[in-house]
Write a protein that binds this ligand. Structure first.
Ligand SMILES: [Fe+2]
Length: 193
């Protein structure tokens, strides 16, 4: 395999991730990465595949996250560049694999950023459907909201990308919104429009 495919990422992820909240997190990151690929004019399916697989070892090894990723994924035939990309989302927390490419910098950033989007959408009757960047930014600035989502990492990632948080958030929202139902973020209110 030259590039990780979506089918292979799904197969590998399903072999390790069973908990619903982790499955949903992987999908959030998948769709955000697809939108980031679109922004950079890159291969959407490929970026989605890397996003989907990024927490491959987290359920089984939460304390040793990313220490059980390189060997099995390389053995499964995942290209070394894609394995590196996955490892680099743990930069400064789990390892010293610095994000270098736009794919890596995007993954590093949207991993945390999508957590805030998810938490914000969950509080709204229309879920993700009418969540706009302005509301996201309010939640981003409120450090007590979804406090586990690391704002410093998000800002570091945006700096690496040379982009504003609000612009990255807008891209992620666009990527995730069409999949609101699948992400459990369809809301409980009446359909819009
Ligand atoms: Fe993650």
């Amino acid at each position: 395999m030259e590039k990780l495919t979506l089918a292979e990422a799904e197969r590998l992820n399903n072999s390790m991730i069973t908990e619903e909240h982790l499955r949903i997190h992987a999908l959030n990151v998948r769709y955000a990465m697809g939108a980031m690929a679109r922004h950079f004019g890159e291969d959407e399916e490929h970026w989605e595949a890397v996003g989907l697989l990024h927490d491959y070892d987290y359920e089984k090894y939460p304390e040793e996250h990313l220490a059980h990723t390189e060997e099995p994924l390389l053995a499964a035939g995942v290209p070394a560049a894609d394995v590196r990309a996955i490892l680099s989302h743990g930069y400064s927390i789990r390892n010293d694999v610095r994000p270098e490419t736009n794919l890596e910098k995007s993954l590093f950033t949207v991993d945390e950023l999508t957590g805030i989007i998810q938490a914000a959408a969950r509080m709204r009757p229309q879920g993700l459907r009418d969540l706009e960047v302005k509301s996201f930014m309010k939640k981003f600035k409120d450090k007590k909201f979804a406090a586990k989502c690391n704002r410093e990492l998000i800002l570091t990632g945006c700096e690496m990308l040379g982009m504003d948080v609000k612009d990255v958030a807008a891209i992620c929202l666009d990527g995730m919104r069409p999949h609101a139902e699948e992400l459990g973020l369809g809301g409980t209110g009446e359909p819009v429009g």
